[in-house]
Design a protein around this ligand. Structure first.
Ligand code: NDP
Length: 317
């Protein structure tokens, strides 16, 4: 197999809002960043329809259009944007080494910004996939999409902190929220559970699983099965939210970086620094709490500024 190698000052891995924002800052600081797009160029926002909460778009924007804008902005400052997958890394340093596409290409870099994001977990039902792809009312982010269901009835699946938090968020906007919990208890913290049970327009459907999301082009209802009695029932809804966890895309870094028990990269508090000098993290790969495009972009900026300072402190120009 033909292999090539090259050295860069700054390698950015990932092409969501964190990666592209890091690229804009790094390129403007003359770090000549090289950015690898990864498996899903554009990241989670490519699966989103309308984005109404990213500053600077007063009338909203489609997720894929926003990612195109971010990509163009990074390209305008001459970020070298390439397709390819990071398949292994060696962070022995001081120059870190990264294999692209199973060693077809080797990059060494003085600084690396990891912005590989996280992927929402889905139930895997055919009706979920179909309606999600049609942009017809299936979402994994209540904060992003809840607004579109104001004064309507919706359902949310999950019993963890995310589901509890998003159910209470939706309850403020929507008429009624069905919370579909597969067991007879919630995994969410007691405080979050308390908030759910104190919210009068949330109805928890215990021991319940989603059999099918109903609707051709858009969600019109959900059929739920009680796992104890086997009974099924249908609820009329227009929005279906899935909050059953995320998986951070960090497996490749596991041998080198300190991760938490769910695989999120642990950054030094208030910084983008990881446990390895010269390796920084931005966006959802290190964030299981906020998970917003704007917070990802913010930490992308932090990571690039820290990479710039790191290089300056070592006299690397
Ligand atoms: P969790 O993994 O904590 O919870 C996932 C939930 O989804 C569980 O209730 C689980 O059920 C349920 N679930 C999983 N698979 C399915 C399925 N196929 N069908 C139906 N239900 C399913 O994920 P979260 O995203 O809620 O939280 C991730 C981490 O982030 C946690 O550590 C959490 O504490 C933290 N977090 C903290 C917040 C905060 O501090 N404000 C806010 C949000 C998250 P079961 O319990 O039966 O396995």
């Amino acid at each position: 197999m033909a292999t090539t190698s090259e050295h860069v000052k700054c390698l950015i891995i990932g092409s969501g809002p964190a990666g592209y924002t890091a690229a804009v800052y790094a390129a403007r600081a003359d770090l000549k960043p090289l950015l690898y797009e990864g498996l899903q160029p554009g990241g989670q926002l490519m699966d989103t329809t309308d984005v109404d909460n990213f500053p600077g778009y007063p009338t909203g924007v489609h997720g894929p259009k926003m990612m195109e804008d971010l990509r163009n902005q990074a390209a305008r400052f001459e970020t070298d944007i390439r397709s390819g997958l990071v398949t292994s890394v060696d962070f022995t340093g001081p120059r870190h080494s990264v294999q692209i596409d199973d060693g077809k290409h080797t990059i060494t870099a003085d600084t690396i910004i990891i912005a590989t994001g996280a992927s929402a977990k889905w139930l895997g039902l055919p009706s979920e996939t179909r309606l999600r792809e049609a942009g017809g009312g299936v979402s994994a982010c209540a904060v992003c999409d809840g607004f579109f269901y104001r004064n309507q009835d919706v359902a949310i699946v999950g019993g963890g902190d995310t589901a509890a938090e998003e159910a209470t968020y939706l309850a403020k906007l929507c008429r009624k929220v069905y919370m579909i919990v597969r067991g007879d208890a919630m995994r969410a913290s007691k405080a979050m559970q308390h908030r759910v049970t104190q919210t009068t327009n949330i109805e928890v459907l215990w021991n319940s699983e989603t059999e099918e999301i109903l609707g051709d082009q858009a969600v019109t209802g959900v059929r739920v099965k009680n796992r104890k009695t086997g009974e099924t029932s249908e609820k009329s809804i227009t929005g279906f939210f899935v909050a059953i966890g995320h998986k951070p895309n960090t497996d490749v870094f596991k041998p080198w970086l300190t991760l938490d028990e769910q695989g999120y990269i642990i950054n030094q508090p208030g910084t983008a620094k990881t446990n390895i000098d010269g390796v920084f993290v931005a966006g959802d790969a290190a964030d299981k709490v906020y998970r917003q495009a704007v917070t990802a972009a913010g930490t992308g900026c932090m990571a690039a500024l820290e990479a710039e300072r790191y290089l300056a402190a070592r006299g690397i120009h």
